[in-house]
Design a protein around this ligand. Structure first.
Ligand SMILES: [Zn+2]
Length: 275
């Protein structure tokens, strides 16, 4: 015959059972809430996807902040622009999908602006001149690997891919981009001393209205066009004068494109990847 349990011992057992019951209940609700309930889905939107309607101006795309890069990885003679001009805004469009092509371009593995040391120092001179007038600079492209230009060429041969036509070349036939000089088989950018840039207001950091956006291909992007206001022409001239004073030559068809006149590698085209 089993010994009869004392009443205190029975109470003790009841408390333990109650505790065990709550323990199981909490574990079950944890499993339900954290593991079984479906997670809310956060939609991922890219600037490229949202711009296919052509309502957004190209310059409204967010500016990616480049991560610090290791200059020791660059070939001799090249520098990261952010190491030479720390306050320059860097918005490398061919790293993002928000560009002429609607996709990241081969050779752009980081949103970094790289130039020859000579070009970067000349650009610093221009940015100092501009700062005195209340302007900063925003760089859209600088050194461009040869493989990126190859990517441009193969893209241009596929006439069905016109994803970004409405934003960047609404008035041009894709087949005419080569003939009209907008896309070349070789680019001065690959020599490392050419940059595409615009002005920003130093105080607000906002882009100055230049009358057309970077990489908008059409007459409105030419120097001397009558299609823009006097104020816009004046803003383009402020950039052009500062760049000229620093030793850069403009390109008649693109207000944003400048090549160092006394470039250190006038005949050499590079293909190292941007990291
Ligand atoms: Zn350019």
């Amino acid at each position: 015959m089993p010994p009869k349990q004392a009443p205190e011992k029975q109470n003790y057992k009841r408390v333990w059972l109650l505790f065990l019951y709550f323990l199981i209940l909490s574990a079950a609700s944890f499993v339900f809430v954290h593991l079984l309930l479906p997670k809310p889905v956060v939609p991922i939107t890219s600037p490229a996807a949202s711009s296919t309607t052509a309502t957004a101006a190209p310059d409204s795309a967010p500016v990616p902040t480049p991560a610090p890069a290791d200059a020791a990885l660059l070939p001799d003679g090249f520098v990261y622009v952010s190491d030479i001009i720390p306050d320059a805004q860097i918005d490398i469009r061919y790293y993002s999908a928000y560009n002429f092509f609607g996709t990241r371009i081969d050779g752009y593995e980081a949103p970094q602006a790289i130039l020859t040391k000579e070009a970067a120092l000349a650009l610093k001179t221009a940015s100092t001149i501009l700062a005195k007038q209340g302007y900063g600079i925003k760089i859209f492209d600088a050194y461009r690997p040869l493989r990126a230009v190859d990517h441009f060429v193969s893209w241009s041969q596929d006439l069905t891919d016109t994803k970004m036509k409405a934003v960047f070349y609404p008035n041009l036939d894709k087949s005419a981009l080569f003939n009209q000089g907008f896309i070349a088989r070789k680019s001065g950018h690959s020599r490392g001393s050419t940059a595409d840039l615009t002005l920003v207001h130093l105080i607000s950091g906002q882009e100055v209205d230049m009358g057309s956006s970077f990489d908008f291909f059409g007459e409105i992007s030419h120097h001397g066009t009558q299609l823009i206001t006097n104020q816009q022409t004046q803003s383009r001239n402020i950039l052009r004068d500062a760049m000229a004073a620093a030793g850069f030559a403009p390109y008649s068809k693109e207000w944003w494109h400048y090549c160092l006149q006394n470039e250190p590698y006038p005949d050499q085209y590079f293909d190292f990847v941007i990291r």
